[in-house]
Ligand binder design. Sequence first.
Ligand SMILES: Nc1ncnc2c1ncn2[C@@H]1O[C@H](COP(=O)(O)OP(=O)(O)OP(=O)(O)O)[C@@H](O)[C@H]1O
Ligand SMILES: [Mg+2]
Length: 455
Amino acid sequence: MRLGIDFGTSNCAAAAVVDGQVRAVDFDGAAQFRTTVWFPDVMRDADQFELDDAMASQVDQLVEGFTRDARASGRSRSAQAMRSEAIRIVRREWMEARMREPASSTTLLQNAVYGDAALDAYFIEEEGNLVQSPKSMLGYQLHPRARQTIAGIAAHILEHIRLTASRQFGEPVRTAMLGRPVQFRSSIGDAGNEQALGILREAALQAGFDAVEFLEEPAAAAMAHHAASQQRHEVVVVDIGGGTTDIAHASVGGAQPPQVHRAWGIPRGGTDIDLALSLTAYMPLFGRGITRVPNHHYVEAAMVQDMPRQREFRTHKYDEVDAPYGPRLAALQEASNTSRLYREVEGCKIALSSQDEHNSPLYFIERALQITTPAPVLDDAAAGYLRELNTLLAQVRQDIGHDPAVVFVTGGMSRAPYLRAAAAAAFPGAELVIGDASFGVVAGLAHAAAAALPA
Ligand SMILES: Nc1ncnc2c1ncn2[C@@H]1O[C@H](COP(=O)(O)OP(=O)(O)OP(=O)(O)O)[C@@H](O)[C@H]1O
Ligand SMILES: [Mg+2]
């Protein structure tokens, strides 16, 4: 069983080709879940797994086998490496056996909650650790400890996906094709891409996969469009996600295999619009532009994906800031409130795609506090991202030198009419095809996994 995995900034999905058909992995009744995880207490990683006597002797047997194999093949392997490998295998089998038991016991054993349920758990418990969009941190300058934590979080999410897929398909899933953006979000330039791939590889291994490969996300979406196209044609695929915007130029459809000519990407997406909307529409309620609280405090509060910034925001003191702003900032510092505010901001961005105004109740800050945001405010907040998108689209049009037959849009942000319109306008001679916003990339990854990976 070869799985396609879309480990997205905002949402995760997985699918496999079974009997020639793409089958989505079902996560509590949905084909995707929010890339959010909550740990009630300290996160346990694979190395901290506790062996009982039976498992310990299984590990010893595996190590003996590895030692024999190494000797026979003349390869030298350290005792430590062989023991880690054996523990990984025993732990994986133990997890898979637990997965066949009722869900409640696995949740307890895994010690983590995923998706929207993670937010709810955090809101109810008001403690523990909430991690949102860990993908956006993979390319950042990370201390070794932070790198290990991020890898551990990614491993938990990938293991959740692997075990859910294994249960659904009735067999252990151990190989995967993972999507990757053309450019990861990075604070260290191009080195961020290598670091991100390294962390994902490490995480996949910890999660019990034996083999993973990567495919650029827009190339994957082109595979899905290929599978659905009778006639051969040229396409520009535009995948607008939460963290990145990725484009591929490909020839697809008909009997020939799909051919991806080139890919482009910028590390910008829906979360950049969320940040701008938060700063311009919501943060003035907390005194931004009115008080002398520095702007970076508001940026820290708004960026819920950035764990160091979130921690930093909670260290500030607002006793001296005049009411109502000081008390509101202090309320925003309370455990889950930046996440609650972010949920309102994102909801506002989505609502204003199709409505003239949107109301957010902010009772968690102040009992009667609420804010009504008219649609033109979103136009302003989205302007910076839209400029970058238009520059990218113009570059792609120039590099290709002509309009393709089709411009195919996918990714959650492609639901926004103003972004669809931008993609269409960049290629005026092309037909605009609206792909499945949530499923385009993962369907292509499933096809690519079926074609490329060992079973
Ligand atoms: N109806 C909508 N209108 C506007 N934006 C939307 C809508 N639905 C979802 N979004 C936005 O789409 C983004 C998520 O898209 P998607 O699920 O494709 O991202 P992702 O694959 O997780 O991220 P990436 O590919 O960048 O890693 C979020 O920013 C979300 O707010
Ligand atoms: Mg995506």
